[in-house]
Structure formats: C-alpha cells, structure tokens
Design a protein. Sequence first.
Length: 96
Amino acid sequence: METANGKLRERPYVLVKTEELAFPICIYRLGPDRYSALLMECTHRSCELHAGSAFLVCPCHGSEFTRLGEVQNPPAEQNLHAFTITYDEQTLYIHL
Ligand code: FES
C-alpha cells in the first residue's frame, strides 16, 4: 500500500471475496515466504469475523482466532477453515 508521501507500507492482512463462498477469506503474511488464508466464518455459530492485525474477532460472542486460524478464546472450539496457498513472484493462489 502506498502512503500519501509515496512510501510503501505493508498491510497486515488482505481480504478476498469470491462468488463461491459466503464469507470472505483473510490472508495474513506470516513471514517472508509464509502466508495463511482463513475463511472468516466463526466456527461457533457462523458469524462473520472482524479482521485485525493480530487476531480475527467474532462480533457475536467474542471468540478470537490467531493469524493461523487457531482458537485463542472461546466459545468457539474449532479452528477456522484454512486454505492452502501457493505463490510465484507476483501472485498468490488460494486453493478453494
Ligand atoms: S458466533 Fe462467533 S463466537 Fe459465537
């Protein structure tokens, strides 16, 4: 992302919406060659999660998930659905 002064700043996450899925996918960059792609559907009762730089938070009952999709705080008990990601020099591919 380019700022007003023309410098590049890395985003903590990117959201992707597809026609095939009812919920967006949140992509986190975990390291230079490491990403996660998480379906933003809470595993408790299917509310759409809110993305933050460190966690995904459910607005319905407060569950939190890490950037790897692991349950951090209940009431959700199951981790988020994670998609496989591959990439080349310019493009990330999410395997739905
Ligand atoms: S639906 Fe997300 S915590 Fe209940």
